[in-house]
Structure formats: C-alpha cells, structure tokens
Design a protein around this ligand. Structure first.
Ligand SMILES: Cc1cc2nc3c(=O)[nH]c(=O)nc-3n(C[C@H](O)[C@H](O)[C@H](O)COP(=O)(O)OP(=O)(O)OC[C@H]3O[C@@H](n4cnc5c(N)ncnc54)[C@H](O)[C@@H]3O)c2cc1C
Length: 355
C-alpha cells in the first residue's frame, strides 16, 4: 500500500511466475499468463522458442486421429475449439496455416466405417469419391475409391506458432530469456522459492515446468517421480520448389503435407535399430514410396530427417496441475502437445491466477 498525498493506492500483489521451457506448451502458457496481466518470465535453454520436439512436429491440428470414446478424445475436441479462439486473437500467427485433411484406409469399406464413426461422434466429415479426389489432388497416383475429408483440420508450423505466442506474450508485458537452462528448482519450507540458471538464482513464487521430455531431469532432482516416457517419431523434410498439394494426406503408406515454403513434410513412427536404419537413410528410401503415391517434381530431395522424442504418459493423457510434493510447483506436459497447447495454456494460466 502506497500513500501519495491524499490518495491511497493499493498495489495489487502479482506473484512472479517462472515458466521453464519455451516449447509450444510453455509458450502458450506464457502467452495466456501475460495477456491476463501476470508477472511472467519464460526461461528457455535453447536459442529460440519451439526449438525442442516442437520443431520436429508435423503440425496437424485435428480430432480425426483420435478415437471417439477415449478420454483423450474429449480433450482434443476442446483443444481444437481453443485453436479457433487463438486464431481470432492472433490472426497473423495463422496466416500461412492451411486447412483440411484427406484420410483413407486400405479398403473403401474401412474408410466408410472410419468416416461414419467420426460423423456419429459429431465431427464434420465428408466422404469424397475418386472423381472428387482426382480434382482436389491431381498429383495423387494411387487414387482411392473414397476418402474422408476433415475440412476444419489445420496444418501449421508449430515452431513459428511458439515464436508468435512468445512475441505476443512479450508485447503483453511478459519477459523471456533464451540460452537460460534451469539447472535446479529451489524450495523453502516446502514451497518453491526460485530457480537456478548457472550461478544465478531467480526468485519465483510459482514455477511451471513445461520442459517437455526434459522435465525428468528437473523432477528427479526434487525427488519427484513421474511416469513420463518418451516415444520417438521421425519428421522428414523434402525440398520442393512449387505447390503440389493443399491438404494433409494420410493413406496407409503416407502421411504428408506441404509447408508454407513448399517443403514436403512426412511424419513416421520410428524405432532406432542402428545406422542401417538411421533417419537419413529412411528419408532417402522413403522418397521412392512418395514417388509411387504422388506425381512429384523431379527435383524433390530430402532436406533433413529428424527424430523427436514425444513426451507421453502411460495413460496417454497430459499432466497439468500443482504437484503435491512441492508447493507452487506446476507441471504442464503432454502429448499431442501441439494440438493441446492453447487449451493447456489457458487452463494453466486460469488455475494459477485464480489460486
Ligand atoms: C515427428 C513428430 C510429429 C509430431 N506431430 C504432431 C502433430 O501433428 N500434432 C501434435 O499435436 N503433436 C505432434 N507431435 C508431438 C509434439 O511435437 C509434442 O507433443 C510437443 O511439441 C511437445 O511440446 P512441449 O512444449 O511439451 O515440448 P518441447 O517442444 O520439447 O519444449 C520443451 C522446451 O523446454 C526446454 N527445456 C528443457 N529443459 C529445460 C531447462 N532445464 N531449462 C530451460 N529450458 C528447458 C527445451 O529446450 C524445449 O524448448 C509430433 C512429434 C514428432 C516427433
């Protein structure tokens, strides 16, 4: 409380909130805290936002890959609605996003059942016939008899979105530090008191651990056990010098989309089994499959092949909330992080600020 002449100003106490990790989840949390007027500092060990597994994500915002009835499914549905709000609030962050995906299974019957399952769950799904598909994707060589069109799905660059969220957070009063690795979280009397970056101690009233697969290193030091594991997946990026597909395509052999710079992105599951099956080699071999499926320009070539470790819990659900072991220590980790980030970001901010 400050006395200024006759006027009494009540200074509202604003807890200092430190967010650890500027992946898509930490960036979304920081953005949501900053726009609500919180005193938030985002610390990231890398040079920029979205440089962790977020940089290797395919960037497909959808519900259609979920299974109606699953616990996760209800969360995905809320998450895609949250994306619409984010799109309204930050339209420029979505200026290069594309919409719509086409999915088909090994047989027409399977595709029809798939579409029906999702339509019954309330999703906007349309069945397209081969003639429609030839028109929509003229470069498709193996045109299926039918495919499910999910028109509202988004394809975006998750790393750029993380950067845009951080930029918006800073514009709203948040602060950030890059190349700042948190090596420890300090607690006094069972409550968070700060974090350490090198020799420096940074005071904090609340700490949000949004360090993705790396949270293990932080929780281990505090003696906190989590059932977090990692699941590797491969992102292949092929240089392409012109637009060839508009939709995300997912068939039995291929999951592909075209990025804003025309690069073709392919997501694949990955099992590390030695150099003969290394990411680069898989990427080079996979070009042959792509050429069987699509009429590709002759100069399409592998640009890079990167493995990302997705942070997953045994039940497939994210973890969000205050930990019981240390007061004011918040955990925000989960998969699929890109889909969930805007929702987790808002929920985290509201929970912390309303506590
Ligand atoms: C090939 C592939 C395709 C995928 N496709 C999709 C998709 O289409 N849709 C989807 O939703 N998800 C997808 N994912 C999953 C998605 O990438 C992750 O779920 C999501 O990026 C996790 O975000 P995050 O913010 O938790 O983690 P991260 O992006 O890893 O962010 C954590 C950040 O914390 C930083 N950090 C770690 N430790 C510290 C420390 N001690 N101090 C400071 N900073 C620290 C890291 O540098 C990193 O930047 C895909 C993943 C892969 C690999």
């Amino acid at each position: 409380m400050f006395l200024v002449g006759e006027v009494i100003l009540l200074a509202k106490y604003r807890p200092r909130i430190v967010v650890v990790g500027a992946g898509i989840i930490g960036s979304a949390i920081t953005y949501n805290l900053a726009i609500r007027g919180a005193d938030v500092l985002l610390l990231e060990k890398g040079h920029s936002a979205g440089c962790g597994v977020t940089a290797r994500a395919f960037g497909w915002i959808n519900v259609i890959n979920g299974t109606p009835g699953d616990q996760n499914y209800a969360l995905w549905r809320k998450a895609v609605v949250e994306y619409q709000h984010l799109k309204d609030a930050l339209p420029t962050a979505f200026s290069s996003a594309r919409s719509g995906s086409l999915i088909w299974k090994a047989t027409a019957q399977e595709t029809e059942q798939f579409a029906e399952l999702h339509r019954d769950a309330g999703e906007d799904v349309e069945l397209l016939q081969a003639s429609d598909l030839r028109r929509l994707v003229p470069r498709l060589r193996q045109v299926p008899d039918v495919a499910a069109l999910s028109p509202n799905d988004l394809a975006l660059d998750p790393r750029n979105l993380a950067k845009d969220l951080v930029t918006a957070a800073v514009a709203a009063g948040g602060t950030t530090r890059f190349d700042a690795e948190v090596c420890a979280i300090d607690a006094v009397n069972g409550k968070v008191s700060g974090v350490r970056v090198g020799d420096e101690t940074i005071k904090a009233d609340v700490v949000v651990m949004a360090a993705g697969a790396d949270i293990q290193a932080l929780t281990d030091r505090l003696g906190i056990e989590t059932d977090l594991t990692t699941s590797p997946a491969l992102l292949l990026r092929y240089a392409c010098n012109r637009p060839i597909i508009n939709h995300i395509l997912r068939g039995p052999r291929l999951e592909i989309r075209q990025a804003a710079d025309n690069a073709l992105l392919v997501a694949k599951s990955y099992v590390a089994t030695g150099d003969e099956n290394g990411p680069q080699l898989i990427g080079e071999k996979f070009l042959a499959v792509m050429k069987e499926e699509l009429d590709l320009p002759s100069d399409v070539a592998l640009k890079n092949a990167e493995v990302g470790e997705r942070p997953v819990f045994s039940d497939g659900l994210p973890r969000l909330g205050l930990l019981s072991e240390v007061g004011n220590l918040y955990l925000a980790v989960g998969h699929p992080g890109v889909i969930l980030a805007p929702l987790l970001g808002r929920m985290t901010a509201e929970e912390i600020l309303e506590a």
